[in-house]
Design a protein around this ligand. Sequence first.
Ligand SMILES: NC(=O)c1ccc[n+]([C@@H]2O[C@H](COP(=O)([O-])OP(=O)(O)OC[C@H]3O[C@@H](n4cnc5c(N)ncnc54)[C@H](O)[C@@H]3O)[C@@H](O)[C@H]2O)c1
Ligand SMILES: O=C(O)C[C@H](O)C(=O)O
Length: 328
Amino acid sequence: MSTPVKVAVTGAAGQIGYSLLFRIASGSLFGPDTPVELRLLEITPALKALEGVVMELDDCAFPTLAGVQIGDDPAKVFDGVNFALLVGARPRGPGMERGDLLEANGGIFAPQGKALNDVAADDIRVVVTGNPANTNALIAQSNAPDIPASRFSALTRLDHNRAISQLAAKTGAPVTDIKKMTIWGNHSATQYPDLFHAEVGGQIAADLINDQDWLENTYIPTVAKRGAAIIDARGASSAASAASATVDHARTWAQGTPDDDWVSMAVKSDGSYGVAEGLISSFPVTVKDGEWEIVQGLEINEFSRGKIDASVAELAEERDAVKGLGLI
Ligand SMILES: NC(=O)c1ccc[n+]([C@@H]2O[C@H](COP(=O)([O-])OP(=O)(O)OC[C@H]3O[C@@H](n4cnc5c(N)ncnc54)[C@H](O)[C@@H]3O)[C@@H](O)[C@H]2O)c1
Ligand SMILES: O=C(O)C[C@H](O)C(=O)O
C-alpha cells in the first residue's frame, strides 16, 4: 500500500458528512490500493456527535482507512492535507437576508482559506460544497494567496448529475450514453444546464429532443430547482446525492476525464466565454494529471448566452457583496 492521502472534511458531523465519510473511507475516491487518512473539522458543540461517527467508521473496519483525526481548529486539522472538502457552512436561518448569509459564511471560509494557505500540503486541492458554494470558494481562495487559484473549486457536479439523469429519463437512454453535459454559472436556481452541447448516443441532445418549450419550461427549471424540490419532499436538503457528487468531483480531479467526455466544475474564470475573470463559475472542464482546463471553442447560441449571462451576473453580485464586507 502507498502513503495515505490526507483528506479533510469540514462539517463532518452533518448530513452530507454522514454519507461522504463512509464513501471516502471505503475507497471511492482513490480506489482500493490507496489508503486515506481522514481529518475531520467541526464546531466545538458538534465534536461529541462527530466522535460517534468516528466510532461507526471504526466499526466498518475499512481496509483503506489508515486513520482519523478530529478537531475544531482548522490550523491543526488541515495540517498537511492533500484534499479539503469544505462542506460545513451556515444555513440560511429565518429572517436572514442573502447578505447576512454571505457574511456568516465569510466568517467560516475566510479563516479556513487562511489555515489551508498556512498548513496544507503543496498539492492541496479544495472542493467547496457548502452553500453559497461558488462564493464561499471565492472567499477561501482569496484568503489563500500562496495556493494557486486553480486549486479551488466549487461543486456543480450534483447539478451536472441531475441534468444527466433528467435527460436520460426524457430520452430513455442509459446515463452512460450521455456525454458532454455542461452546467454553466452559479450553483443556484440561475444555473444553466446546456443541452446544445450535451450528447445522447453521439447526437446533440437539443436536436434529438427538438422541443424548445420543454427545454425552457420543464427541463431547465427541473434541474435548477431540484435542490428546493428535495428540501420540500425530505424536509432537509439533499445529502446522499450531494455526498456522491462531491466524491465524483474529487475523484475526477484526482483521476482525470475520459477522452470523449467532460464534467462541470465551478472554477476561477480566466474570462473564457465572456465570464468575468476571477469569478468562480461553472464551466465544462477536462482534467488531466490533476489539472483542469476549461473546454474551449464551444459555440454559444443566443439563448445560451442569455442564460449564462444571467447566472454570471448573480455571481458578480455575490462577489461585490463579499467585497463590500471586506471578505475578499
Ligand atoms: N453544492 C451542492 O450541490 C450542495 C448540495 C447539497 C447541500 N449543499 C450545502 O452543503 C452544506 C452542508 O449540508 P448538510 O446537509 O451536511 O448540512 P448540516 O447542517 O447537516 O451539516 C453542516 C455541518 O457543518 C458544521 N459546521 C458549521 N460551521 C462549521 C465550521 N466553521 N467548521 C466546521 N464545521 C462547521 C455544522 O456543525 C454541521 O454539523 C450546506 O451549506 C448545504 O446547503 C450543497
Ligand atoms: O441547500 C440547498 O439550497 C439545495 C442544495 O444546494 C442542493 O442543490 O440540493
